[in-house]
Design a protein around this ligand. Structure first.
Ligand code: A5A
Ligand code: ZN
Length: 634
């Protein structure tokens, strides 16, 4: 098999492949003196106070530089997609730039909006939430710069060689990083249902980009080939900005006005510069997921600084909270700005998680201001770059205010429950079982910090896992329902059939058509073409008849299985090869169409009357009446 990692640039520029003695991964470098891969946790950050780029960039400047560079190299700049991924039903939030194109473009069903293209996509990853504020490099919402090329059998755009060359040229010629400072670490990336080999692009300990050569569908190592070969890249805009500034953390590189504002409100003074720098260098080594990493970090910093570990914690904790609040507010601004309504399900649940976490951090710092005031300040820092947030600020602030009030009510209600349990545990001298924390959050919306506070009054010990929110977010970030329709016919009986030509997409008023029966399985007929609209999207299927030389089969329901349409029939037996005339029960179809249009009109009216934050959450169409579910915050 061809070695996909062996690209033209490495040969031309004298890169060598080495094996990192610490993590065991293979990587490419043009620096003869380098032995480790350069990535965390194998290497410390070495750009703090000493950036490798030719100048400093703000986030807005970095984004513009990135987009313009790729535009100059033949890419079309496209507008960002919303942070809530309504076009798909497997995940709720847009986790990467490639998520914009999954699954419709990546599966080859619809063409990409441009090819090649470049986008700066706000992406939300709550699987990193407990790292935010602490690791220096993790944010809940970050801008992922992605240049993408979609190669098909008919059209080759570019693949591995060109991708690495473009990346290398951007980092060296455009940003001024020395070639020897860049490592390309071999790995495999998967997400959103696709996968492929990748390079992690690392500069001085920081992973700034990932270049994925996506040519599989599937997850968890079970892969099928994709019809397309997709260049899927992701450049962390905040990370590149941070790298160029050499500030102690990425938070300082992008949130400095908010950080200053919060520090003033909380009366927090900056820790000594050396402590901050030492912490930053070492923070690169942590990844909170699944452990007691924070404690380890504190111990290491204390050792290097020859300080007491409690003292280190006392100095750093408030600052980490301030960083996290700054990040969370921006994340919430985009969530609500893109029309999420807080709730107990789907993306609404996830927005509430971030919001309640923020409220807790604010409380912990002793800041007395309502959250909406902090949000208002945050929005002020964003309007320049994101004018769309200004238009939606009314809704954003209203939701924040309402949610703060709801949380206060939840605390009052929940406190009594915690008190009752704490009294029992106290009598028995037992600590609070960790699963109770999850239960209090999921059933009563009560954050672990509150539970701990209340239980402590009874002398009951409560230990909050460092990765509590990561676990909660993970268990709620994927849709549980299986999106593909279950068809009552074994798949192997449908093997070898060509896709059914779907005439209803060409002419939605077509009520009669001719077709050939290709196969009959039990009482299901598969035709070469059909105008029968299958059940889906909350609309029941068409019914009607299939006729042939005086024979007549009644079509009772129509299902879609992959790219086949199955007609469930009763009456005359249909045979393969037979020519039939299909007739759709038109009064029923007309009623369904009218109801379908009706739901769209009501949705449009609701958006005009209530506001553009209103979205469709579900619909069930019928011939007599229909139902439409919409989201609204009050
Ligand atoms: N689809 C591929 C390209 C992808 O998403 N790769 S990735 O998961 O590695 O992310 C791409 C880049 O985004 C990373 O190299 C990093 O620079 C940045 N990134 C990832 N998670 C981040 C986070 N939580 N905060 C800030 N930047 C992040
Ligand atoms: Zn390594």
């Amino acid at each position: 098999m061809k070695d996909i990692y062996q690209v033209r640039l490495f040969k031309q520029k004298g890169f060598e492949r080495k094996k990192c003695p610490k993590c065991g991964r293979l990587f490419w470098t043009s620096d003869p003196g380098r032995s480790t891969c350069g990535d965390t946790p194998c290497d410390e950050y070495s750009f703090i106070g000493n950036p490798p780029t030719k100048r400093k960039y703000t986030l807005a400047e970095m984004e513009r530089t990135f987009l313009k560079f790729f535009e100059k190299h033949g890419h079309k700049i496209i507008k960002r997609y919303p942070v809530v991924s309504r076009w798909r039903d497997d995940i709720f939030l847009t986790i990467a730039s490639i998520a914009d194109f999954q699954p419709w473009v990546t599966s080859g069903l619809v063409p990409p909006p441009a090819n090649p293209l470049v986008v700066s996509q706000p992406s939300i990853r709550l699987k990193d939430i407990d790292n935010v504020g602490r690791s220096g490099r993790h944010l809940t919402l970050f801008f992922m710069g992605g240049h993408h090329a979609f190669n098909s059998r008919r059209q080759r755009i570019y693949w591995t060689d060109e991708t690495v060359e473009l990346c290398h040229q951007f980092l060296t010629d455009e940003l001024g990083i020395k070639p020897g400072e860049i490592s390309y670490v071999q790995d495999v990336w998967e997400g959103g249902g696709n996968a492929g080999e990748d390079f992690e692009v690392v500069v001085r300990g920081l992973e700034v980009a990932t270049l994925v050569f996506m040519h599989y569908a599937g997850e968890g190592g079970k892969y099928r080939p994709l019809p397309l070969k997709i260049v899927d890249t992701g450049y962390g805009m905040e990370r590149l900005t941070w790298l160029s500034q050499g500030s102690p953390s990425s938070y300082e590189a992008v949130f400095s006005p908010m950080i200053e504002h919060l520090s003033q409100l909380a009366g927090v003074t900056m820790p000594p510069a050396e402590l901050l720098q030492e912490n930053s260098r070492l923070a690169g080594l942590i990844d909170i997921e699944g452990g007691r990493e924070l404690r380890q970090l504190r111990l290491k910093v204390a050792e290097r600084m020859k300080m007491d570990v409690e003292e280190v914690d006392r100095l750093l904790s408030p600052l980490e909270s301030i960083y996290a609040i700054s990040d969370h507010l921006r994340c919430l601004a985009f969530m609500f700005g893109d029309g999420i309504t807080p709730s107990n399900v789907r993306e609404g649940y996830l927005s509430r998680l971030v919001l309640r976490r923020t409220l807790d951090l604010v409380r912990k710092l002793g800041i007395q201001k309502p959250l909406s005031e902090l949000m208002s300040f945050c929005l002020g820092t964003l309007y320049g770059q994101f004018p769309e947030l200004k238009e939606r600020s009314g809704y954003i602030l209203e939701v924040v205010e309402l949610e703060e009030q709801r949380y206060r009510e939840a605390i009052v209600r929940g406190t009594r429950l915690v008190e009752r349990l704490a009294a029992e545990l106290c009598a028995r001298g037992e600590p609070l079982p960790p699963e109770k924390l999850t239960e209090f959050y999921d059933s009563h919306g009560l954050r672990p910090e509150i539970v701990k506070e209340v239980a402590s009054k009874f002398g009951v010990r409560v230990e909050i896992p460092e990765d509590f929110d990561i676990k909660v977010a993970k268990s709620h970030s994927k849709s549980r329902h299986v999106p593909e329709q279950i068809i009552p016919v074994p798949m192997e009986k449908l093997k070898g059939l060509p896709p059914t030509k779907m005439l209803f997409y060409e002419d939605q008023y077509l009520r009669e058509f001719t077709a050939k029966v290709l196969r009959v399985v039990d009482n299901f007929a598969i035709l070469d073409r059909t105008a029968f609209y299958p059940e889906g999207g909350g609309q029941p299927s068409d019914v009607g008849v299939l006729e042939s030389d005086g024979m007549r089969a009644e079509v009772q329901s129509v299902l879609k299985g992959g790219d086949l349409i199955l007609h469930q029939f009763k009456g005359s037996v249909l045979r393969p090869g037979q020519r039939v005339v299909g007739k759709i029960d038109w009064s029923r179809r007309r009623a369904l169409m009218a109801h379908h249009t009706g739901t769209h009109i009501i949705l449009g009216a609701a958006r005009r009357v209530l506001g553009s934050h209103v979205w469709q959450q579900g619909a069930q169409k019928g011939t007599e009446h229909s139902r439409l579910d919409i989201s609204h915050h009050k």
